[in-house]
Design a protein around this ligand. Structure first.
Ligand SMILES: Nc1ncnc2c1ncn2[C@@H]1O[C@H](COP(=O)(O)OP(=O)(O)O)[C@@H](O)[C@H]1O
Ligand SMILES: [Mg+2]
Length: 243
């Protein structure tokens, strides 16, 4: 069975057909990239899958279960994690504490439980390991450069131990030289942890290198889907270059 499936998902903002009849399937551990020009509906689609937005019509299944009406926090519990185009990190906590917040949120919101020293120690160890894996320094987030914040946001999404992670432009604002290394690390961790991913990405070299499958969006619809060869498709090139 596929991990996630959408059927004719639709989200209009007035006249704007942000997501228009999108049906897609994502398999276990699959790495899917969504590409497309600005305004083609990539972020809206991610928001519909995460539960940040509700669709006008259409259905979303996760592991065969209809989750269309579930709020975002309940989808997180089922195993759908996400990061944001603009990192949603806590400025005045350390990088470690940020990851710790994600890890402890898995336990539920019982603050009494958090104070259990054993659990805290165990969670801190796990947080340390994730920081190390992503080479994120232990520092106040307010003092971290943009690239590290982006990675921290990804680490926080993975700390939730999702089965599917939605990453909206994880390499945006990261220098060309660092981008490949950053995505390489993300891809390695996803493989290790057997996490499926839907990644919105603008860098076509990165998309070609890491994706199992690529979805090209245009005006709210999936224009093409397939392997990296579709990036050479004439219609796809026209849409992407028109950006
Ligand atoms: N909250 C909103 N209200 C009105 N229009 C929106 C909203 N969010 C997105 N849109 C519009 O929907 C379209 C798709 O946007 P978006 O999903 O952000 O595209 P992308 O991520 O591909 O750049 C755009 O035309 C955008 O202006
Ligand atoms: Mg976007």
């Amino acid at each position: 069975m596929e991990l996630l499936k959408t059927e004719r998902l639709k989200k209009y903002f007035g006249e704007v057909h942000a997501v228009d009849n999108v049906s897609l399937e994502i398999g276990q551990s699959e790495f899917i990239s969504i590409v497309g020009p600005n305004g083609s509906g990539k972020t809206t689609l991610v928001n519909l899958i995460s539960g940040a937005l509700m669709p006008d019509t259409g259905v979303i299944y996760f592991e065969g279960k209809d989750i269309t009406k579930l709020p975002a926090h309940k989808r997180v519990k089922l195993g759908i994690g996400r990061s944001f185009q603009i990192p949603m990190v806590y400025e005045f906590l350390s990088s470690l504490d940020n990851v710790l917040v994600s890890i402890l949120s898995r336990d539920g919101y019982s603050s009494v439980f958090y104070r259990t020293v054993d659990r805290l120690g165990e969670a801190r160890k796990e947080a340390f390991e994730l920081l190390e894996r992503f080479s994120i320094p232990l520092r106040l987030v307010a003092e971290l450069p943009h690239g590290h914040r982006k990675l921290l946001d990804v680490a926080m999404a993975l700390a939730l131990q999702p089965k599917l992670v939605l990453l909206d432009e994880p390499t945006s604002g990261i220098s060309l030289e660092e981008r490949d290394q950053v995505m390489g690390t993300i891809a390695d961790v996803l493989k290790e942890k057997k996490v499926a991913a839907v990644i919105v990405e603008h860098d076509m070299d990165i998309v070609a290198e890491y994706s199992d499958r690529i979805l090209v969006m245009h005006e709210g619809k999936i224009l093409k889907e397939g392997g990296k060869e579709i990036l050479e498709d004439e219609e796809v090139r026209k849409v992407l270059i028109g950006e």
